[in-house]
Design a binder for this molecule. Sequence first.
Ligand code: THU
Length: 130
Amino acid sequence: MSLKTAARQARENAHAPYSGFKVGAAIRTASGAVFVGCNVENVAYPEGTCAEAGAIAAMVAAGERVIAGAYVIADSPLPVPPCGGCRQKLAEFARGDVPVTMATTGGLAETVTVAELLPGAFSAAHMDNT
Ligand code: THU
């Protein structure tokens, strides 16, 4: 299944009664498997989670660690970029050259890389103090 179709389907299941803004995400791993997520809001607003975070959690729970591509879709006028926290989460499992497609349900799409989303990313190398 394409990442576009997977993300669109996942978006339908989003729990977004507070923002009314449903988001779907799909990631393909190096093995070719696809994992999806949707935003899951909570009445205690800060407890809500993003679509990308859900997809990444599903990937890790299945024993996979290497993101080869990601797709995010929402019903918005412009393609929806991952939030700052999700950029860092993607960078944990994706090389800088991995493509991230941001799309609207209306048909707009824009593809950027993980490095473009998070220039100067904090990485394990920054903790190398030996
Ligand atoms: N949201 C995502 O799930 N992913 C994004 O990339 C941007 C924002 C969600 C969080 C919240 O449930 C809603 O969109 C409004 O911010």
